[in-house]
Design a binder for this molecule. Structure first.
Ligand SMILES: *Cc1c(COP(=O)(O)O)cnc(C)c1O
Length: 386
């Protein structure tokens, strides 16, 4: 073989005796075939066969299989972000003339997508109040409704819904149910085991866990829908980088320990804050006073490290001064990483069923892995300003 060819196609080496505990990064656009017939008939390899890099490499498949095992799913699809994972479900299920039901506490870009993108394409949406009973939410399910979207607990304000009751009503009316499970992670809640059809995780949060990778997953049990979603991804040219998959696989190795630590510190802080200010101002479904507590205790194996404080309007300037002065917390969006975060949010203008207690700033807190003593020094100063 000539030097120039050796440069392009180096000699094969032995992997005998090489056993690593890490997942190798397999990168590929081209998948090579042994002969013309296998290339011509590559579609026969099915949605999980290797035929083009966009459909995944063994690294991608490793992450998909790990998430499927955690979700008790038959299949998982990986997208470039949590938001993209939600959009894959919406765009695969909904057709012009259909309607989707979304909760008032949905991750805000979900509402924007319904209002600005789906509406222009003849797909309707209705917003339900997560405080309504399952029967009241069921009353919105007319013949046009194809998908019920659930986020439990909801973004920032933490309302929970009775998933099992909603699934029973929805399925009786032929409505599919999708659940954004990002707060709980599959360690604390497995929506598919409660009858949900599609579960989405923003892996960007606890699974990635280090504020340096964006990814989302959709997991499901039904083979027909799995094939439909795969086909949508192929037609839209959607896929993820194997390098990013390795970062998420690494994050998953420590996720149970990180999550338990964050849960413990966050719950301790939430209890202390509730004692010092009013319990009504602390939004955390695991606190006994929370209207969501009964559902959380019934369905969830634990909590994560994210909760919120409703700041009374009169205290806002003083609280903002203390947030600016925080020494250990950083200010920013996203959560679930090793660094603790403060995110002052304003939800009222975005809500169809505004609550008086959510009228001012809501401070979302994500507990990371710093020493609780340093974290409490920041929180204590903020609480004093309320
Ligand atoms: C962050 C988040 C998302 C979106 O995840 P990205 O990866 O940032 O797109 C979706 N749902 C919930 C509940 C989230 O918190």
């Amino acid at each position: 073989m000539q030097d120039q060819t050796i440069c392009v196609s180096p000699p094969a080496i032995s992997e005998d005796g090489y056993v690593s505990l890490t997942t190798p990064v397999h990168r590929a656009s081209t998948i090579a075939f042994p002969d013309v017939a296998s290339y011509t008939n590559r579609a026969e390899r099915g949605p999980d066969g290797y035929s083009y890099g966009l459909g995944g490499t063994p690294t991608t498949k490793q992450l998909e299989a790990t998430i499927s095992a955690l979700e008790e799913a038959n299949g998982t699809l990986l997208l470039a972000s949590g938001q993209a994972a939600i959009m894959l479900v919406f765009l695969s299920v909904l057709k012009p003339g259909d309607t989707i039901l979304i909760p008032d506490c949905a991750y805000p870009p979900v509402r924007s997508f319904c209002k600005s993108f789906l509406a222009e394409r003849g797909i309707g949406h209705r917003v339900y109040n997560p405080d309504w009973s399952a029967a009241e939410i069921g009353d919105l399910m007319d013949a046009t409704v194809k998908l019920l979207w659930v986020e439990t607990p909801g973004s920032t304000t933490m309302e929970m819904v009775d998933v099992a009751a909603l699934v029973a009503i929805a399925h009786a009316k032929g409505v599919l149910v999708g659940c954004d499970n990002t707060w709980a992670t599959p360690l604390n809640y497995k929506p598919l085991a409660h009858g949900v059809d599609f579960v989405v995780e923003a892996l960007t949060k606890y699974a990635g866990g280090h504020s340096d990778v964006l990814m989302g997953s959709v997991s499901l049990r039904d083979d027909g829908w799995y094939r439909t979603l795969r086909a949508t991804m192929g037609m839209m040219g959607l896929g993820v980088s194997p390098d990013d998959c390795v970062l998420v696989l690494r994050g998953l190795e420590t996720m149970p320990l990180r999550l338990r630590h964050a849960e413990k510190t966050a719950l301790d802080f939430a209890r202390r804050i509730a004692e010092i200010i009013s319990p009504q101002l602390v939004l955390h479904p695991a606190l006994p006073h929370s209207p969501s507590h009964a559902l959380w205790a019934r369905d969830f194996a634990g909590a994560s490290g994210v909760f919120s404080i409703a700041i009374p309007e009169k205290s806002e300037p003083a609280v903002i001064e203390q947030i600016n002065g925080a020494k250990t917390f950083s200010i920013g969006a996203s959560w679930g990483g090793t660094h603790s975060l403060l995110a002052p949010m304003s939800v009222a203008s975005d809500r169809s069923f505004p609550k008086p207690e959510h009228g001012g700033t809501i401070l979302r807190i994500s507990i990371g892995l710093e020493d609780p003593v340093d974290l409490w020094a920041d929180i204590g100063a903020i609480i004093k300003a309320i």
